[in-house]
Design a protein around this ligand. Structure first.
Ligand SMILES: [Zn+2]
Length: 147
């Protein structure tokens, strides 16, 4: 996982991004200035785990798609279809989740199931500071837990 902290004097951080704590894009997490503390990190680690699970699922779907096209004699088409399915795998998580919350007349972003799951993990972390709420293989140093 790669993390970076956005500078507080940057235009983006002062305007559009001022109310945001962090954003996860795949294995990259961008923290707003000074907001790289424990609960936000735990929240974003949840998104990293969601990303990994959906990318693994889309890889399997992409391989199946490639196999179907290859068996039909269109290996090149199957390769592009499989790669497309795999690389866009994160959309299989985000779009249905946003659509579901929109149809339920909730906040499209905050009420989406992937976001609510990470808020729940974050809340459990805040109550217990127990590393069992972290994705497997992740640890948080004592100094970050205190933020
Ligand atoms: Zn989130």
């Amino acid at each position: 996982m790669l993390t970076c902290e956005l500078r507080k004097e940057a235009w983006f951080t002062r305007t559009f991004y001022a109310k945001w704590g962090a954003t996860t894009l795949g294995h990259g997490v961008f923290f707003n200035d000074g907001r790289d503390g424990g609960s936000i990190l735990v929240h974003e680690l949840g998104h990293v785990q969601q990303f990994e699970a959906h990318m693994l699922m889309s890889l399997i779907q992409g391989i199946c798609l490639f196999a179907i096209f290859a068996l039909a004699g269109s290996t090149t088409t199957g390769l592009w279809a499989g790669l497309g399915c795999w690389t866009l795998g994160f959309l299989w998580m985000l779009v249905p989740s946003w659509l579901q919350s929109w149809l339920a007349r909730g906040d499209v972003y905050r009420d989406s199931f992937h976001e609510r799951a990470c808020y729940a993990i974050e809340e459990m972390w805040q109550q217990t500071l127990d590393e069992k709420w972290l994705p497997p293989g992740h640890r948080i140093s004592t100094s970050i837990k205190d933020k």
